[in-house]
Design a protein around this ligand. Structure first.
Ligand code: COA
Ligand code: AMP
Length: 631
């Protein structure tokens, strides 16, 4: 079948389409139907089915006689460690940890926060939690204690599972002191923690609260899978919104299994047994969907890579992993390729390795720039597929579905909507615009299985953030257009979210931190273009009258403050003191205009600007920082 036939088959009968896709999942009790629209515009999928995620990701493959197949390849240039875990071994590890958690009283619906580096135990922890019907919330290791505390307070976990440390180039990041501080800061106190003691840095344990993973699982009776309803949450994943309070994206069990399993063949064109590698982190949605659940549910071998695209030890690391493990499909963020290309523009490292197993490269997480795509195409000689999605959707809204049909690649476009997504472009008044015209990208409700049904304990915020602006549609927060052939182009965010090295960050959250500095009266953070990371945050600070402080000192303190409060991942390194911020007459800060000046792009003087002269001051301040950059 061609893509257009599959898409129209879905469109003409979504119910039949998703019920057929659900056949590939092992249900304890089959759902009577796919869509549950009784609470529209809040939609759910497969709600009356009974199912377990871990059973589908692990047990069923062992039962089918594939226990000896490698489930996880761990490759850690950061530490030099390598390991392979078969599905049978994974089952043993997961059921034992699940048993130990259950013995400590963790039960269906309880939350467990996971704060771990890229080690196989991170996946073991996720699967063990889902095995007993509990709900995990994985927090990315590059976030600071305060961000972890915010998530602990929102998710109210019974337990936290953490690593003692993570390894970053040139330093060991002690996770445990961050966890201790987070628990100190949070009003909610988890009952206990389980700490994976890594040999690079062992953590000090607090008697009675912290348990050493090894001792914790020793002798534990393995736990069976607990079947849960199709609409039972499998996880909560926090992502950046407009404010400092992150959004707890909820994923329901049934739709998650059905959708991810469908994507493995239809989008990524891999078969059970193939090696699939998403070079991301378990702390992000890509890690949830395509390091852990997608490949395992589909019976693939997944790669857990603890390293960076460059510097661990060199720009050939990705190619070495592909050759050594026979990777068929690689998925990463364009930033990783920009970093490799910068170090190895001529592809000397690429030529050192046999990449014949590789059949495709998928890019997502941020805009894929044409230079990077063309370089990757030339170096690898395989289809380079840009695809577009969000934490909220959990899988691609638009892609080039290699397993259905390889459509012509149009560089600059993540191709076409996937079945389940009826994508429209609307103007501010909610009217559809003609092809080629820029507008808000929205998706007609209902969203497909596997996407967010709501935000954790925040249904009002869910409605407000996504459903209210354009009734009947889900607002993606991205702006773009569609061309005559139906290809989508993603141009910019419509909110205060920026994308730094494929990491989604909130400028609003950074502003909240900067505003807490005693000398800062007012501030704004914008995203400026960066050759490597796509965007970087840049702060503007107005100091309190009579502060008298040295500007460089305040800037340095603010940089440190963001690092301490949000984490190194924010990559907040630049700020400048200005007298005033440009605003509209109603007091709205003109962040978009400042960003255009910093990027050297033409801009229209906003009609509602209060005092146009301030833009000259901003231009001068940016010039002093070297903006706009020459390239
Ligand atoms: N734990 C602790 N700290 C972390 C971390 C983690 N898991 N991940 C990143 N950090 C730190 C880094 O050490 C760095 O700290 P520094 O300021 O002391 O140098 C900071 O957070 C910023 O990290 P990053 O944005 O990753 O930049 P980098 O300069 O270390 O590396 C790249 C640049 C391009 C190599 C890197 O961004 C990369 O591999 N990107 C791929 C993108 C990706 O995987 N995205 C996921 C979505 S698909
Ligand atoms: P995240 O929730 O971290 O996955 O970030 C989602 C956001 O990243 C999207 O809303 C887009 O702004 C951006 N994004 C993701 N994939 C792409 C892509 N292929 N092209 C352009 N932007 C993308």
């Amino acid at each position: 079948m061609a893509y257009k036939d599959v898409y129209s088959a879905w469109k003409s009968d979504p119910e039949a389409f998703w019920m057929a896709a659900a056949e590939a999942i092992d249900w304890e009790r089959k759902p009577s139907r796919a869509l549950f629209d009784e609470k529209a515009p809040i939609y759910e999928w497969f709600s009356d089915g009974l199912v377990n995620t871990c059973h589908n990701a692990v047990d069923r493959h062992v039962k089918a006689g594939r226990g000896a197949q490698t489930a996880i390849i761990y490759d850690s240039p950061a530490t030099g460690a390598k390991a392979k875990i078969t599905y049978a071994e994974l089952l043993e590890k997961v059921s034992t940890l699940a048993g130990a958690l259950a013995a400590k009283g963790v039960t269906k619906g309880d939350r467990v926060v996971i704060y771990m580096p890229m080690v196989p135990e991170a996946l073991v922890a996720m699967l063990a939690v889902t095995r007993i019907g509990a709900i995990h919330s994985v927090v990315f290791g590059g976030f600071a204690a305060n961000e972890l505390a915010v998530r602990i307070d929102d998710a109210q976990p019974k337990a936290v599972i953490a690593g003692s440390c993570g390894i970053e180039p040139g330093r060991v990041v002690a996770y445990k002191p961050l966890l201790d501080e987070a628990i100190e800061l949070a009003s909610h106190k988890p009952e206990f923690t389980v700490i994976l003691q890594r040999k690079q840095l062992r953590a000090e344990l607090i008697e009675g609260r912290d348990h050493d993973w090894e001792e914790f699982v020793r002798g534990a009776a393995p736990a069976d899978c607990v079947p849960v309803e199709g609409n039972h949450p499998v996880y909560i994943l926090y992502t950046s919104g407009t404010t400092g309070q992150p959004k707890g994206v909820v994923r329901h069990t049934g739709g998650h299994l059905v959708a991810l399993n469908w994507t493995m063949k239809n989008i990524y064109d891999v078969d059970p047994g193939d090696v699939y590698w998403a070079a991301s982190d378990v702390g992000w949605v890509v890690g949830h969907s395509y390091i852990c659940y997608g490949p395992l549910v589909h019976g693939n071998t997944t790669v857990v890579f603890e390293g960076k695209p460059v510097g661990t030890p060199d720009a050939g690391t990705f190619w070495r992993v592909i050759e050594e493990h026979g990777v068929r499909c690689l998925f990463t963020a364009p930033t990783a390729f920009r970093a490799i290309k910068r170090e190895d523009p001529g592809g000397e490292f690429v030529r050192k390795y046999d990449l014949s197993t590789l059949k495709s490269l998928f890019l997502a997480g941020e805009r894929a720039d044409p230079d990077t795509i063309e370089w990757a195409q030339e170096m690898l000689g395989v289809p380079v597929i840009d695809h577009w999605w969000q934490t909220e959707t959990g899988w691609a809204i638009a892609a080039n579905p290699l397993g259905i049909e390889q459509l012509p690649v149009k560089i600059g476009s993540p191709s076409v909507p996937m079945p389940g997504y009826d994508v429209r472009i609307l103007d501010e008044g909610g009217h559809e615009v003609a092809p080629g015209t820029l507008g808000a990208i929205v998706i007609r409700l209902p969203l497909p299985p596997g996407t967010l049904p709501t935000l954790w304990n925040a249904e009002e915020r869910f409605r407000k953030s996504y459903l209210e602006h354009f009734p009947g549609y889900y607002e993606t927060g991205d702006a773009g257009y569609v061309d005559e052939d139906g290809y989508l182009y993603i141009m910019a965010r419509t909110d205060d979210v920026i994308n730094v090295a494929g990491h989604r960050l909130s400028t609003g959250a950074m502003e909240e931190v900067l505003a807490s500095h005693p000398d800062v009266a007012e501030c704004a953070v914008i995203g400026v273009k960066d050759r490597l990371k796509g965007q970087l945050p840049l702060g503007f600070l107005c100091l309190n009258a009579g502060s008298g402080r040295d500007h460089a000192d305040v800037v340095a303190e603010c940089v440190q403050l963001v690092r301490t409060k949000i984490g190194p991942v924010a990559a907040f390194r630049q700020a400048v003191v200005v007298q005033r911020l440009p605003k509209t007459r109603s007091g709205k800060i003109l962040r978009g205009t400042m960003a255009r000046i910093a990027d050297g792009e033409p801009f229209k003087m906003p009609a509602t600007i209060d005092d146009p002269a301030i833009l000259d001051e901003i231009t001068e301040a940016l010039k002093a920082l070297g903006y706009p950059r020459a390239d």
